[in-house]
Design a protein around this ligand. Structure first.
Ligand code: ADQ
Length: 490
């Protein structure tokens, strides 16, 4: 088997412990099973540039990293990746702060990473680059003569071409992406947006079977929705709902229904709109006061970016007002936690929750929605209320789908979910479980890599006419979801 080289902005070094974040969650599972080299930023700031800051090995995975200088961290990571590309690609250009100097350093860091990675590569390696931090990386590797198969996967949405036009650098980044052999996206909408951008911004032409041609290069596009380890997550939830921490949460609810939100604190996750929906719910449906409580875990992330600091302040203020307006001396409608909570504990809380409230304004996929489904007791499942603008809504269409911008719709969906009878809850949950239970991050990775290998076959030896779009990966032998361990829903 060819060695897999994964390249991502942040490398989850074993010596540094776990963090909240979808990319690490998705790739950890794949790398654990397959092994290989994981290359990227160490998470450390150094006074000067060095080609490599260290190599660690755990199990079958080698981790090779570079450090960033303070200026690189500010301009490449905070300002351009998270301050321009993240809001732009999520169709929130009003949050973007563009500065040419940031775009320049973004490119320099990508070029430096390509220079550091190249000497570590073997001729038979397969390279898989991840996410918006590294959009020009494939082009820099090609400039250095790297001929290996290169795949790129975008974990976040790809915006429509007229939105992209807001950032002057983006057309060049679209062109650079075409240096890869396969470009993977979360949904067919993202593929369509990228294909339209490549045609209108850099003059690419469309080929049959999800391909593009530009300047003599051919690249394939494909849809590869990121998956979770549903069976393992179900087990973790069952074990953790009844630990001391889970019991404390349950006791503190005193029989009330739990509405749970779990997110990174991020403008795309729709947290302000969620609180508006919750406020509307307690206003329109006062019969639920003292009978339901929302717990929102919103782990702070990207604290150096201005819009994230502003969001934290706005959220604290909105949460305070909501509790002051609706709270009673003995009851508080909302409990807010701004720290990352241990993944196992979160799984247990999800199992206790009557509603998983997942309402991003836009999201590439959203793994929390899938985790909430996996965490449920099959006999007495909770209800997923999901934004129709999350990529996950394509697969999880048996959830109650809502428009996160409409507080009344959210309030009514919460009410409907809390009143839903057991037969409908079970039927909806079964359909959601069927959508996620036979897929894993390892299968997701395998199907991407198989498509990458097919995309690099010489034109004279055409691959079997297999579609690149992955809608139903091979079936696994299913174990039944974990059965009820004890009664729990308030
Ligand atoms: P994220 O934007 O980070 O991921 P998401 O897909 O929800 O979002 O993944 C977050 C992961 O971190 C989940 O496993 C979740 O359990 C965990 N997590 C989130 N908040 C947490 C908290 N407060 N405490 C503890 N754990 C928390 C990006 C894209 C997504 C895409 C993923 C994977 O933005 O659209 O689904 O990558 O491709």
């Amino acid at each position: 088997m060819n060695r897999l080289v994964v390249v991502s902005n942040r490398v989850p070094l074993p010596s540094q412990g776990a963090r909240a974040g979808g990319l690490a969650v998705a790739l950890d599972g794949l790398m654990e099973k397959r092994g290989g080299l994981w290359f990227g930023w160490s998470g450390r700031i150094a006074p000067g540039q060095t080609p490599l800051s260290g190599v660690e090995t755990e199990g079958e995975v080698d981790y090779a990293t570079i450090d960033l200088t303070q200026e690189e961290h500010d301009r490449y990571y905070n300002n351009f990746s998270n301050g321009v590309l993240w809001p732009l690609l999520h169709t929130m250009p009003e949050l973007m702060k563009f500065d040419r100097r940031d775009a320049k350093v973004y490119r320099e860091v990508n070029a430096r990473m390509a220079a550091s990675l190249q000497p570590l590569l073997r001729p038979t390696d397969v390279i898989w680059i991840h996410d918006y931090h590294l959009m020009p990386m494939a082009a820099y590797l090609r400039d250095r003569g790297v001929k290996n198969p290169i795949g790129f996967f975008l974990h976040i949405p790809f915006a429509a071409p007229d939105v992209l036009g807001a950032a002057p650098e983006v057309a060049a980044l679209v062109r650079d992406l075409l240096a890869a052999d396969l470009l993977g996206f979360q949904t067919d909408n993202d593929v369509a947006n990228f294909a339209a951008a490549a045609q209108s911004l850099v003059g690419a032409t469309k080929l049959a079977n999800q391909g593009l041609q530009c300047g003599g290069r051919r690249v394939k596009l494909g849809v590869f929705p990121v998956e979770i380890e549903a069976q393992g997550f179900a087990l973790m939830a069952a074990r953790n709902a009844y630990t001391a921490g889970g019991e404390r949460l349950r006791r503190s609810l005193e029989g009330q229904k739990l509405i749970l939100g779990v997110d990174r604190l991020d403008p795309t996750k729709g947290l302000m709109q969620r609180l508006a929906g919750l406020e509307c719910f307690f206003d329109k449906h006062p019969e639920w006061r003292r009978k339901a409580t929302m717990v929102q875990i919103a782990a702070e992330s990207r604290k150096d970016v201005g819009s994230y600091q502003a969001l934290r302040a706005a959220l604290d203020s909105a949460a305070g007002s909501l509790n002051a307006d609706f709270g009673e001396p003995e009851w508080q409608p909302l409990r807010m936690v701004s720290r990352a909570v241990d993944r196992a504990a979160v799984a247990g809380y999800m199992r206790l929750a009557a509603i998983g409230l997942v309402t991003p304004l836009r999201d590439g996929m959203n793994l929390v929605a899938k985790e909430y489904v996996a965490a449920q007791e099959p006999d007495d499942p909770g209800v997923l209320v999901l934004s129709r603008f999350a990529g996950a809504a394509r697969q999880l269409d048996a959830a109650l789908l809502v428009n996160p911008h409409d507080p009344d719709a959210m309030a009514d969906a919460i009410d409907t979910a809390l009143r839903m009878d057991i037969a409908e809850r079970r039927a909806r949950w079964r359909s959601l479980w069927d959508a996620i239970s036979d897929r894993t991050p390892a299968l997701w990775g395998r199907s991407f890599l198989a498509s990458l290998m097919r995309a690099t076959l010489p034109a004279s030896k055409p691959a079997k006419p297999e579609p690149v779009v992955v809608s139903s990966p091979p079936k696994l032998t299913l174990v039944e979801p974990v059965a009820q361990v004890g009664g729990r829903r308030g």
